[in-house]
Design a protein around this ligand. Sequence first.
Ligand code: SAH
Ligand code: SF4
Length: 340
Amino acid sequence: MAKINLKALSKQELESFIKESGLPAFRAKQLLHWIYERHVRSISDITELSKDLRERLEGKAYISNLAMLDRRTSVDGTEKFLFGLEDSESIESVLIPDKDRLTLCISSQAGCAMVCRFCLTGAMGFRRNLQPHEISDQIIAVGRLIGPRKITNIVFMGMGEPLANFDNVVEALRRITGQMKISPNRITLSTSGIAPKITELAVKAPKVKLAVSLNATTDAVRDYIMPVNRKWPLKALMEACRNFPLPARSRVTFEYVLLKGVNDTPDDAKRLVGLLKGIPSKVNVIPFNPYPGSEFKRPDEKSVMGFQNILLNAHMTAIIRKSKGQDISAACGQLKARYL
Ligand code: SAH
Ligand code: SF4
């Protein structure tokens, strides 16, 4: 019989497994603690259990681990990790140090099916959804590798569209906030705009922060650069954002990748002000990261600043985000596993 991966079990499933093994309920608690807080690599490392019990458990179960295939450090301190999964798919996670924060950007899918035209992950196509433990394990694996430094924030901005892998992402969020005890207000989920799933997220998931990759102010332009818009156009998307219940003092982040001559005019900036009216929001203006073969160009500094100024003059919070880790292809939208 194939061994059971304890990490692939939800809390309830692990509790049932313990019960069916004829063990008292507190053993489930112990396992959860050692797996999600002490980050053990194997059952034999759980020294709180007797040697006998460890051997008994190891007869039918194991704890999976992501395999680190590659690790690169950028000149700006950003680090990129390439992890292998049990079926030889691979995913990337990016660690971004910034003042007193250490943010880990994690993947929710291998590849992405949304085919946004400006995104390299989109260009590689879709491989498969990640299982809940493959999502949360990125935090455990990187945490082990960087000790004693501690990850302070999590962003779902790596490979994949998290809301297209909804159930697994919600279960991963339960583990990250529940078992791993990371506060939901330190977690941001970024979506390309699957409107009904934004609404469902608010109901079903721990109360994490929301980021939306908006990137255009008219349906015509958004249809072209983000095909997801053909199904859920701006009106539906903005309505879902407007109705997203925000914790006190919290705001929705709108990411806006500036593509030269496509979505970067003063009129776009003015329309953006209009679209976000009434939504507690902040805008991350991200000059496009060019890559070989892309049809788009990065606007010059002057038009980036001009765009930002229009937002600032309308009393909005607008920050220009220079993507980090460009020299190691770890910047926004540049994640693409090259290890084959
Ligand atoms: N799929 C989700 C999560 C990925 S976040 C989403 O799209 O929101 C990746 C972010 O990088 C998105 O905001 C996207 O708009 C941005 N991005 C993608 N390609 C980029 C590029 N070449 N230059 C700058 N930003 C890019
Ligand atoms: Fe997928 Fe997001 Fe890239 Fe679009 S921007 S292709 S949704 S990862």
